[in-house]
Each structure stands twice: as C-alpha cells, then as structure tokens.
Design a protein around this ligand. Sequence first.
Ligand SMILES: [Zn+2]
Length: 335
Amino acid sequence: MKFGYSPRCLEHDTGPRHPETPDRLRAIREGLKRKHGVEYVDPDAATVDAVATVHERDYIEEVREFCADGGGDWDPDTTAVEESWDAMLKSAGSAQWAATSALDGEQGRNTPFSLGRPPGHHAVYDDAMGFCFVNNVGVAAQTAIDERDVDRVAIVDWDVHHGNGTQDIFYDREDVFFASLHEDGLYPGTGEVEETGEGAGDGTTLNVPLPAGADTSDYAAVFERAVEPAVERFDPGLLLVSAGFDAHRHDPISRMRLSTEGYAVLTDRLRGLCERVDAPIAFILEGGYGLDVLADGVAMVHETFDGRDPIEPDDEVSADVADLLDEVRAAHDLD
Ligand SMILES: [Zn+2]
C-alpha cells in the first residue's frame, strides 16, 4: 500500500495522559518497517476552502484562532496546541490524497491509506468533539465529488465508536452513503438503527450498534448481510473506509472482540465489494488506542493488499447480532 504520512501530525501534542498520542503513528510506522511493499507519501495540507466544504466557516476560524492562541482543552476530551492547526490540515490533506490517488491510480498494491492525526469522524459540521476537529473522511469524500468525476461516495466506518460527525455532515445527502458499525452504548451514544438519513438522504445512513463482545464472525456477518448489499445498491464511484482499530479485543477502551485476523477478513470483504461495484477503495485512519494492536491492524490491512489470504472465521453469528441484523435489513428494505 501507499501510506500518506506527515511528521507534522506528530506535533499535535495531546499531553501525557491522553490515549490519542503521536506514539500511535510511531507504532504504526514501526510495525510497517518489516513489511514488504510499503511506500510513503507526504501529502499537501488541505486548504481552508477544502475544509469549508464540510464545516462551517465560523467554526474553522474559531479553531484556527484557538490554536494560534496556544490551544488548550476544547472540551474535556478534545485538546490542541499551537501546532495542532497544521496537523489538522495535514491530516485532512492526507485523506484528500487517499481519495484522489485511489481514483487516479492503480489499485491493489498501490491502494492508499492515510495515516493522519488528529482523527476526524466525530467532528460535526460546526464543532469539534471526541479528539476530532476536522472530519478528514468528510473532506476526502467531498473532494472526490468536487474535483473528480464521482457521483456517489460510500463511507464504511468500522471504528468501535459511532462516526457521528460524518453522519451529521452527510445526513441529508443522497450522494454520500455512510455505514457505521459501533459498540452500542459507547461514546458518543448515537448511531441507532432508526437513524437512516433524512430528506434527500433518506436511506443513505446505515447504523449497526453492535452489542459488546461482538467478534470477527459477527462483523463478517454484518458486512455480508447489511453493509455490502446496501453499498452495492447505492453503487458508489469510490469507497472510503474510516479505519479505526479500537474494536480489537485487546484495545483498552472497548469491549469488542475483533481479532487481528478480523481486520484482514473485513479488508478482503471490502476489496471484493469494490470489485463488484467497480469502485476504488481508500483507507483513512480513525481511532485505535492499543499501540501494538493498532500497528498489527494497519499491517494486516496492508498485507491483505500485498497478497496475503485471510483466514475466514468459522464461528456462527451470535443470536443477538442475528436479531440486530434483521432490524437493520428491515430498516433498509434489504429483504
Ligand atoms: Zn474510536
């Protein structure tokens, strides 16, 4: 894979006790050192105009001034320093690079993965939250629509938290499909099955609030029975993955049970989906707070594109996830 990475993203200093640290990117890069076929690209920073395609201008100016004044705590979770402004624009620019290079380039071994931070999927139209200031995947999706010949973009968010910011930005849009799998009851508490979009975007938001303890078999079943048929019906010209790695069984802040191999299974499923709808795919880093399993998860995505076959899970889907899937399929007329 080709990885978008800028040292500027290390300068977003969140302090000594924050889980979203520069060490996350260092751990990922260390894990990729031993891998075959890894290339890095230092992407251009996003412009304020590009960020303003998905965020309110006044909010962006507020964030710029907040950082210029030295930063601090935006809220109890979400913190910035002066250098964070440049890191945010690099993180968003890296996501734009991932989307445009997926559309312009060869897939397979050149599939792009943006390793930016701060992450983005909690950032809503006019506010920062949950460690996120700029919705990187949102900027990337809008860039694909505005600057390339793409009519529809699908975003699949497998981070363990609901991608409420991405949902907020595209909730009434018919040209961006958003699917999120997340742990029910975890931050920020949104992402119910009934949240399916509104107005022109009715039906273009798909939420799967999974019970704690869901494992690779459960995730694979949700992909096969809900996410994939819904994305196929939507027929996007680009698939973006909000790739967090905090649903891993060893992540410190969730209770999900995805294995490292599970990320290969999900990656392979999305790759197959993209072949069926003839759309390129790009990955954009979100969360993931166990440094070792974060590094292993990213490496697993890379290895899947480098030719490694995943080991399919052999367990049955659990009864409560099967029931949840019936609800999701009914909410989206997939039966
Ligand atoms: Zn997360």
